[in-house]
Design a protein around this ligand. Structure first.
Ligand code: 5GP
Length: 145
C-alpha cells in the first residue's frame, strides 16, 4: 500500500480498538491506546495508536490528534524506561509499505534497547508469548505517571 489511499477499518489495530482482537494493554486515555507489539523487536516493544483517527500514517493525521498522540508516546516511553531500565529507547514510525509500514492505522513504536543486545527484525520476528507480554504490560503500566 502506497502513501496514498483510503483508510481500511478492517486493519488489525482498528479491530483491537473495537475489542474484536485481544492485546496486551499498557495504557489508555481518551486519545491513545498503548499495547505490546506481538512480534517484538526487543523486550518491551510497545505501540501507541490514536483512538479516534482514520489516518493511515503520520502524513494523513490531523494536528490536534497528533498533538495528543505524541504526548501519549512520551508518557508511555517514560514508563517503559522506568519499568525496564533500557540503555536507550528507539521511537519510530513508518509511512507507506515502501518505508516498512505493515499496519495502516497510524502508530508509533517504542523500542527499548540494551547495550550489546541486537534489535530484532521489524514486523517479521517470532510471535511473543501472550502471558509474557501481559506481564510486561503490567510492569510498564505500573510506571505510567
Ligand atoms: P508497522 O510495520 O506498520 O510500522 O508496525 C506494525 C507493528 O504491528 C509491527 O511491529 C507488528 O509486529 C505489529 N503487529 C502486527 N500484528 C499485530 C497484532 O495482531 N497485535 C499486535 N499487538 N501487534 C501486531
Amino acid at each position: 500500500m502506497s502513501l496514498d489511499g483510503t483508510y481500511d477499518d478492517g486493519n488489525i489495530f482498528a479491530k483491537i480498538l473495537r475489542g474484536e482482537m485481544p492485546c496486551a494493554r499498557v495504557f489508555e486515555d481518551d486519545h491513545v491506546l498503548a499495547f505490546m507489539d506481538v512480534f517484538p523487536q526487543a523486550r518491551g516493544h510497545t505501540l501507541v495508536i490514536p483512538k479516534h483517527s482514520q489516518a493511515r500514517n503520520f502524513l494523513d493525521e490531523e494536528p490536534q490528534v497528533l498533538s495528543e498522540l505524541i504526548l501519549g508516546v512520551q508518557r508511555v516511553a517514560k514508563a517503559v524506561r522506568a519499568a525496564l531500565s533500557p540503555d536507550g529507547v528507539v521511537i519510530t514510525q513508518f509511512n507507506g509499505a515502501t518505508a516498512g509500514q505493515t499496519v495502516f492505522h497510524l502508530h508509533f513504536h517504542i523500542i527499548p534497547r540494551w547495550d550489546g543486545v541486537a534489535v530484532g527484525r521489524h514486523a517479521s520476528g517470532g510471535m511473543a508469548d501472550m502471558d509474557e507480554l501481559k506481564t510486561l504490560a503490567q510492569q510498564i503500566a505500573a510506571k505510567i505517571a
